[in-house]
Design a protein around this ligand. Structure first.
Ligand SMILES: Cc1cc2nc3c(=O)[nH]c(=O)nc-3n(C[C@H](O)[C@H](O)[C@H](O)COP(=O)(O)O)c2cc1C
Length: 213
């Protein structure tokens, strides 16, 4: 890796900056770091004491890609690419929102960019447990029902729940692989999150604080 690229990807400047950016182009994920798959499974767990820690840009990039990034561009993917997490009928309805010091961003998997939704530090609003105020970043998994075609409410709720679970497990395994702490949190203030994220015909499914072990 060229030296300037190395410095950018190891940088913690973006996550630690209080200044929001309208669009943030993530560096490519690192496909060569982390533990062996079986070791990551062995280490996967829900952590209920999460600490502050430095998360580099390449870890943020890799975490989001692992969660629900584009891993295949094939003919029938309508140009938007296929994902690391499966979804019913390839609806790709699970969207990932990123809460960091400078603001709330939406992860755009196709371009591997973060798009600013709201400036300001709302990390503690991502969940209801105290560790959300300690961690450098938190993710909220949202089911965008407008992507789910003609599914009735029962089907929509069942499949968005399963699909959020796949993304959640990807987050767990990436964190286990990198020695980071996380837990899936269903205990979230959905009404508040829906307002904060300007959600319409969508539901906040799970939040994931991400910090140090
Ligand atoms: C759908 C779901 C929702 C959860 N919600 C919470 C939560 O709101 N708060 C929390 O501290 N842990 C939450 N957990 C974590 C579970 O308590 C944890 O997975 C369980 O105790 C088993 O521990 P393990 O993940 O370390 O195997 C949730 C887990 C799942 C799968």
């Amino acid at each position: 890796m060229p030296e300037d690229k190395f410095n950018v990807s190891k940088s913690v400047a973006f996550i630690n900056s209080p200044v929001a950016q309208d669009v943030y182009v993530l560096c490519p994920p690192d496909f060569f770091s982390g533990k062996l798959f079986m070791q990551a499974l062995k280490d996967r767990k829900s952590s209920h004491s999460l600490n502050s820690c430095d998360i580099s840009e390449i870890q943020l990039s890799s975490l989001l890609w692992a969660a629900n990034g584009v891993n295949r561009n094939i003919a029938n993917s309508n140009g938007s690419g296929m994902r690391t997490a499966p979804s019913v009928k390839n609806f790709q309805e699970i969207e990932v929102y990123v809460f960091i010091l400078s603001g709330i961003y939406q992860y755009d998997a196709s371009s591997h960019q973060l798009k600013l939704l709201r400036a300001g530090d709302y990390r503690k609003d991502c969940g209801m447990q105290p560790f959300f105020a300690e961690v450098p970043l938190a993710l909220c998994l949202v089911a965008n029902f407008s992507r789910m075609g003609k599914f009735d409410e029962k089907k929509r709720n069942f499949y968005s729940g399963t699909d959020a679970g796949y993304v959640s497990q990807n987050i767990y395994l990436y964190c286990a692989s990198e020695g980071l702490a996380t837990t899936a949190c269903g205990l979230i203030d959905r009404k508040h999150l829906h307002q904060l994220l300007f959600l319409n015909n969508a539901k906040a499914m799970l939040s994931h604080p991400v910090g140090g072990l």
